[in-house]
Each structure stands twice: as C-alpha cells, then as structure tokens.
Design a protein around this ligand. Structure first.
Ligand code: ZN
Length: 203
C-alpha cells in the first residue's frame, strides 16, 4: 500500500542483495530518451498524453529482461498494480524461466493516511522522507524538503481506494508465493524483518 515504505525497503534490499530494480516510471523516462524502436514508441505515447497500456508495459519488462546479465535477480517496484498486469507479468516470468515471489509490506489504512499526509520529498533529487525524519534538508543531496503535490487528502483517498479495488485482488493471486512483512514497525525493523524472511529464500 502507498505509504508502506516500499521505495525505501526496495532500495535497502537491492543494495543488500544486488537486485536490479524495475520501476515503471523510471523505465519510461529512460526509454523515451533512447533512440530505439521501443523508446520512440514510449515517447510518442507519453507526448500524446496517453496512458501506457499494460501491453506496452509488458513489452518494456521484456526488453528489460533481455538486457539483463545472467544470474541477476530483479525487484519489481510498484508493479503489478492490477490483476491483468499480475497475470501477464507472471506469464512472462514463467516464459523466461524465472522464479518469483511477491512481497507485501502490510500496513493499516490509517497508518497509510497518516504517513502520506506527513511525508516530505526532496525538491532536487526526489528522495522521499517519512514523517519521523528530523532534518530540514535532504541527506543525499542537501536539497530542500517539501510536501508532495499529490499527497493532498483527496488524491490520497483516490490512491488508497484504487489499491483496495485493483491491487488487493492482484495480491490475492499470489497465494503461497506471497510474503507479508509487517510495515507498522520502524524502517530499520522492517528491513531486518525482510532480510530474515528473504535470506533463506535467496540462498
Ligand atoms: Zn535530495
């Protein structure tokens, strides 16, 4: 769920385990500056102001997999968001012979609301800081911290209900492949718990 600390945990885990991170927004930005066929396609969709369809997202994932060195594990950040996407992503991973697990950082709706309305973002490098981060400036680049434009109450409610209506059914698909981690704890505790859970799986 939004506000669970997904971005932070993803970063910590990729540093620890050497995961290659796939994040749709980042891939779209990277591709649209490339001179490849897929890059041009992505750029024209974005320029036209259209949403990138699931079909194109899967093309992007496939392209990402094709360019990966062998033996590298991938962390998909924020995808799949819907049942349709979960089904096509799983099919693609199975087709390419990859094993997968889904990780859910579990938090209560009230916690999500509270965190989303109080977190801040670096104006320069876009790093997100939780409410309990004490400094006024970014620890990575020294930039000024501001609240996110899309973190107003109305927008947050819309995102949380999209999570309940669209993402929860996708999560339920994973059954025994789903790993739930308690996200109500501190950032360090969540990381520790995640490592304890993932260590035996990744070895
Ligand atoms: Zn920064």
């Amino acid at each position: 769920m939004q506000g669970a600390g997904k971005g932070t945990l993803g970063k910590q885990l990729s540093e620890k385990y050497g995961f290659q991170v796939f994040e749709t927004g980042g891939e779209l930005r990277k591709l649209s500056s490339e001179d490849s066929e897929l890059g041009k396609k992505v750029k024209s969709i974005i320029t036209a102001g259209h949403l990138v369809s699931n079909e194109v997202v899967m093309e992007i994932v496939e392209n990402f997999l094709d360019h990966l060195a062998p033996g590298i594990n991938i962390l998909f950040d924020g995808i799949p968001r819907k049942i349709e996407q979960a089904n096509s992503l799983n099919a693609l991973l199975e087709k390419t012979g990859r094993e997968y697990k889904a990780v859910l950082i579990d938090i209560k709706k009230e916690t999500a609301l509270k965190r989303l309305t109080t977190r801040r973002i670096c104006a320069k490098c876009k790093t997100v800081y939780p409410a309990d981060y004490q400094n006024a400036t970014c620890s990575a680049c020294g930039g000024e911290l501001t609240t996110r434009a899309d973190d107003n109450a109305e927008a947050i409610k819309t995102r949380l209900s999209a999570f309940e209506n669209e993402t929860v059914p996708a999560i339920n698909l994973y059954n025994d492949k789903l790993i739930k981690i308690n996200g109500e704890l501190t950032i360090d505790e969540v990381f520790e718990l995640a490592v304890k859970t993932l260590d035996p799986i990744l070895k």
